[in-house]
Design a protein. Structure first.
Length: 290
């Protein structure tokens, strides 16, 4: 990891990936943001110092994201390298030829020459096409239109199947991960195979702010920070990439300001102890974005 100063009160870590690229550890998620609203939301985040925006075809707002990047002057030239842009393939468009056609549409909506990371959104084991999809992804990377290849919601058995079919591990696995749903087996598998873990819903859509019968609030009080900052700091200390979502500029700035304090060993261990059996989102074995 390397430190790069961004803003008066924060220093955003870059995480080194197995493919040699570096991704900002804190990004902005834009799930369930309308296309129209996405443009000002992303512009606010860029103004706050975000260098990493996480989108997807399934979110229906790539055009809004592209408008924001264009308005900020980040779509071409040297400025393009200042922001990490992730998008994901819609599950109904998996497969070699379909994925290539989808990418052409997506990169047009984003107004970019390349994306930093392209991801298979769900493993869809009931309609598995990840192997042939990965072949298309590899071609896009060889063409310089994608820098890093990743997956979302892949469990160890899905990662192993992809590796059997392609001989490759993804650089990143983006999974639901928060204090009350830590997916320790998947995290351990990823670390063993050089796959960096990225957490979506890092606060369980807000539910974990009240976790531990006030534990998070007590820790926040000790450090003079918010409950959200405590949870996000826990992720940072675990070496996890995080993409908290907020449409509010003040919350965006708060979610980026995580490097002026550190959890004690006992505080971190107490949050580790909140792990539980209930996810906030969908089951990777059954869900897909049509």
């Amino acid at each position: 990891m390397t430190l790069e100063s961004k803003g008066q009160n924060s220093a955003v870590l870059d995480i080194a990936l197995s493919d040699g690229n570096h991704i900002p550890q804190v990004g902005l998620g834009i799930l369930r943001v309308s296309d129209e609203e996405t443009t000002p939301v992303v512009l606010n985040a860029l103004e706050a110092g975000y260098r990493h925006i996480d989108g997807a075809a399934g979110y229906g707002n790539e055009a809004g994201m592209g408008r924001a990047l264009a308005e900020a002057g980040l779509t071409r030239g040297d400025a393009r390298g200042r922001v990490w842009v992730t998008t994901k393939l819609r599950d109904s468009e998996q497969g070699h030829d379909a994925a290539l056609r989808a990418f052409d549409r997506q990169i047009g909506l984003l107004q970019l020459d390349y994306v930093d990371m392209y991801m298979i959104h769900w493993p869809t084991p009931f309609d598995w096409r990840s192997g042939e999809t990965w072949t298309a992804f590899r071609e896009l990377k060889e063409q310089g239109r994608v820098r890093t290849l990743g997956v979302c919601n892949f469990l160890p058995e899905h990662l192993e199947r992809l590796h059997r079919e392609t001989g490759e591990w993804p650089a990143v696995d983006q999974i639901e991960l928060h204090p009350t749903w830590q997916q320790r087996d998947t995290v351990a598998f990823c670390r063993e195979h050089g796959i960096t873990v990225e957490a979506y819903s890092p606060m369980a859509r807000g539910a974990d702010l009240q976790a531990g019968h006030g534990l998070i609030s007590r820790i926040a009080g000790e450090h003079g920070v918010s409950e959200a900052q405590v949870i996000l700091r826990w992720h940072i200390e675990n070496g996890t990439i995080i993409i908290p979502k907020s449409v509010h500029a003040d919350r965006q700035r708060e979610n980026l300001d995580l490097f002026g304090f550190a959890l004690t060993q006992s505080e971190h261990a107490a949050i580790d102890g909140l792990d539980g059996p209930v996810r906030a989102g969908h089951d990777p074995q059954t869900f897909s974005y049509a």
